[in-house]
Design a binder for this molecule. Structure first.
Ligand code: KG4
Ligand code: ZN
Length: 319
């Protein structure tokens, strides 16, 4: 089974080649540099850059995997959710390739792809609880079997990654804010600042816009007085984010007794959140976080999801 997967939902152009259970190539061309000067992703620019970079990324992937284009048997691409123009580029390329090669095409969900990133190097155990934390989503998802996704709760407003990015922008730290705040936070100390835990209730939902406002208010107040102690500020912000994700994740573990927990999506690259989730492991509860290259947007996760779809739905390969 040779699958090519295409990911263009936001600001990463990625192509992966998957053969017989293994990722042979996962090429990711990030557009971050081009968007940084605007303080965030510019959708129109993202679409143009996907188009510009795609053929190079495709050639790199085929070369690295040592696969000829005529050997491809399935094509998978991210169909939703994402930036509409960026998604369209991936769709048009995927459909063109599928028609040209006369092979089956699988339009797939980006969020489910993030979850299947943790099945690339490990097997799922069910029930599986996934904490999906990305720039666009924050969800707790329960899976009782393959391809069966029950959303227990979601953010009611901003996503956690979006909150990191917006807070970084308020502090003039650059884009994307997650990795920058993460780094500053690890050098900071707790105690100087305080933020309330957002939506600290017994639901599985999240709310990050209140936290964003609390941060904005504190920035204004602190700047009127003295200068903000950046590392301490970031440490407290990060702890608040981690604490609320952990509180809701623990609640879901208590109520649904999963055999395995996984942390997925771009924010799963966060050092404090990774440590906190890994600490949940017991003899009865396995914890798995994908390798860093499979945390932020990548096509390997789409290829792995495609492999499962092909297996479960018995989709016949192209010839
Ligand atoms: O999954 P992803 O690549 O794209 C979406 O599907 O949204 O996630 C991107 C998000 C950005 O908001 C970025 O700031 C965040 O992941 N991120 C992090 C870290 N690395 C990336 N957030 C916190 N800590 C990090 N180390
Ligand atoms: Zn993503």
């Amino acid at each position: 089974m040779v699958i090519i997967a295409i990911e263009t939902s936001c600001d990463e152009t990625s192509v992966a080649i998957f053969k017989n259970g293994k990722i042979l190539a996962n090429i990711i061309s990030s557009q971050i540099k081009e968007h940084t000067k605007y303080g965030g992703v510019v959708p129109e620019l993202a679409s143009r850059l996907h188009l510009k970079n795609f053929s190079y990324v495709l050639s790199e992937a085929l070369e690295k995997a040592n696969i000829k284009i005529i050997e491809l048997q399935y094509i998978a691409y991210t169909a939703k959710p994402g930036l509409i123009g960026a998604l369209h580029i991936g769709k048009i390329i995927a459909e063109t390739l599928a028609n040209y090669l006369n092979i089956p095409i699988l339009p797939l969900n980006h969020l489910y792809g993030h979850i299947y990133a943790s099945a690339i190097d490990n097997d799922f155990l069910f029930p599986l609880l996934a904490a999906l934390v990305s720039g666009g989503h924050t969800q707790l998802i329960l899976m009782k079997k393959h391809l069966d996704f029950e959303i227990l709760g979601s953010t009611l407003d901003d996503a956690i990654g979006e909150c990191y990015d917006k807070v970084a922008r308020m502090l003039d730290l650059g884009y994307p804010g997650g990795p920058i705040i993460d780094k500053l936070a690890s050098a900071g100390e707790l105690g100087q600042y305080h933020f309330p835990l957002p939506l600290n209730d017994n639901s599985y939902n999240f709310s990050f816009s209140g936290l964003k406002s609390a941060v904005a208010n504190l920035i204004v107040k602190e700047q009127l007085n003295t200068k903000i102690k950046l590392s301490n500020f970031c440490a407290t912000f990060q702890k608040t984010c981690v604490d609320i994700i952990m509180r809701k994740t623990k609640l879901a573990i208590k109520n649904f007794q999963p055999q395995k927990v996984t942390l997925v999506g771009g924010v799963s690259a966060n050092s404090a959140l990774r440590t906190a989730i890994l600490n949940l492991a017991t003899t009865n509860l396995k914890v798995i976080i994908p390798e860093l290259e499979y945390c932020t947007d990548n096509a390997a996760m789409i290829a792995r999801l495609a492999a499962q779809e092909i297996l479960e739905n018995n989709i016949k390969e192209g010839d």
